[in-house]
Structures are given as structure tokens and as C-alpha cells.
Design a binder for this molecule. Sequence first.
Ligand code: FAD
Length: 291
Amino acid sequence: MKKISNILGECAGHRPVFSFEFYPPKNEAGEEQLFLSIAELGKLRPDFVSVTYGAGGSTRERTVRWVEEIQQRHGITTMAHYTSIGASRGEVRAMLDQLSTSGVQNIIALRGDWPQDQAGYTPPVDGFRYGSELIAFIRSERPEFCLAGGCYPEKHPEAASAEADLANLKRKADAGADFLVSQLFFDNELYFSFLDRARAAGIRCPILPGIMPVGNYKQIARITQMAGCRIPEDLVHRLEACGEDREKVFQTSLEYSTRQCRQLLERGVPGIHFYTLNQSKLTMEILKAIR
Ligand code: FAD
């Protein structure tokens, strides 16, 4: 398996890098769906795929199992997500050992979200407060891993201001992130103005835009609210006009996301990371249209 930093380096200036994000399902039906999606999307030969990590380590074993499955059975370079909320340094070390044994070379290291019920939550004394601290720790303990971090074109919901968030992102880059993957967004201008500000702040590493094709309006409304990002009015109106007609929603989403991705590529992004929500059809059609 390759390091994603090497893939980005080899592709820079030649062609964009495409990647897909999956989450580890909770039940058999979800597993079946994911097997199908990986088989379908695998045919498009993504440069890498990533597998998310449940809050507080709730999917730890499943994340590792799916990473192993994708690497070994499909031969696709994989990036494991890892969040450090609630973990002590010893636990992070143990996870790094486990990932290394599983042949993982790429990790996106995140702080994770605070538990909803913070009342009963006591952070470990030697835990990590921010993603940048986690990245610095992994970089010093296990320099062999390729490390990514998350970034937020519309600012992280907890940040007091976009400027403060950017200064914190610079800490993350300085701590040793090889590349960054953005939170989803629907308005490319937000990504490009963030990119300009990041470059002006001295952040030099590649910043992959994260795109989520809209499968259904209610789902995307819930996700964007949690992630603190906006859905453009015209997209809302167009989706609302589709009502319950799934085929119309599919076509509207396909058209919107294809245009959004084309514009990103025309303006020279290093690649596109698709948040697939374990569905293959829409992402496949978009990728076929833009490649
Ligand atoms: P951080 O970089 O730690 O930032 C969090 C907040 O703290 C920001 O407001 C930042 O400005 C502030 N901050 C940072 N450093 C400092 C400092 N030194 N001083 C003061 N303030 C500071 N969540 C999951 O549970 N599982 C996943 O698999 C997962 N995958 C993700 C993938 C991507 C690409 C992205 C963008 C997010 C993902 N998330 C995932 C969500 C993520 O865990 C949350 O957004 C989380 O709240 C922030 O994690 P972070 O490491 O990006 O935050």
C-alpha cells in the first residue's frame, strides 16, 4: 500500500487524486451495502479510500476490520480515521500499534467531537485537547505514518472566528500534517477563499476539497447543520421542488455535484474526496462525468 503523500506528490500537476470515504456499518444489511459499494466504486480505481472512526472509539474494531478488508481484498490504498477524544496516550499508542500491524500507512488524525452528555465525561489527564496535539504526538512517536488532518472552509463550529480557526490550522500543519481534507461544502467560493487565506497564513500542504453528493434533502439538511456548513438557496429550492420523487432528486444532485466538481478541477484542486455515505451510484455517475 502506498503513502497518500507520495500519491499526491506523483500526481501534482499531472492529474487529480480521487478518494472515497466510507463508514463502518452497524448491522448486516449495512455491511452488505458497503460490500456492494466498495465493489462498484473500486472499479473506478480510486487513489485511496478512507474509513471513519466512531465517536469515542465506538467503531474501533470495525474501522480496523474494514481497513484490512479493503486493503487486502481490493488492494486499494486506505486511510484510517482516528479520533482521540477520551483516549489516553497509552491508548493512542496501542491503536497505532494495531494499525501498523494491519498494514495501515495513512491516518487522518482528528480530535473528534465532545460527547453530547459532557456532564458525565472526564477527559484523560494525559489525553489530547486538539487535533494538532494528536498529530504532533503521532509524528514524534511514529514518524513512518503519512498523516492528514481535517480543515473547515466555513470555520469549525466551535471556533470563535475564522481567523482563530486558521491560526489553529497552521498549528496543525506545523505539527506535521502531510495534507488536509476539508469538511464538506457546496459553494466553491468558500473553499477557494479559505484556500487563499490558508496559503497567506503559510499553510503549504495539499488541501483536498471534500464533496458530499446529496442523496436526499432531509439527510443533507441534518448533516450540514451538524457540520456548520451552508446549503445554497438555489440548491434548497431545486431539491424542494423535487418533492418525494427520488429520480428527480438523483438527477438534481448529479447535475449540481458534477458542476461543482468540474469547477473545482478547472481551478486546479489537487483532487476530490467524496463523502459517499456508503452509497455508490451517485458518486460513480459524478466521477464518470468529470474524469
Ligand atoms: P481541531 O483541529 O482540534 O479543532 C477543533 C476546534 O478547536 C476548532 O474550533 C479549532 O479552531 C480549535 N483549536 C484547535 N487548536 C487549538 C488551540 N491550540 N487552541 C485553541 N483552540 C484550538 N469525526 C469522527 O468522530 N470520526 C471521523 O472519522 C471523522 N472524520 C472526519 C474527517 C474530516 C475530513 C473532517 C473535516 C472531520 C471529521 N470528523 C470526524 C469530525 C471531527 O472529529 C470534528 O469536526 C471535531 O470537532 C474536530 O476535530 P479536528 O481534529 O478537526 O479539530
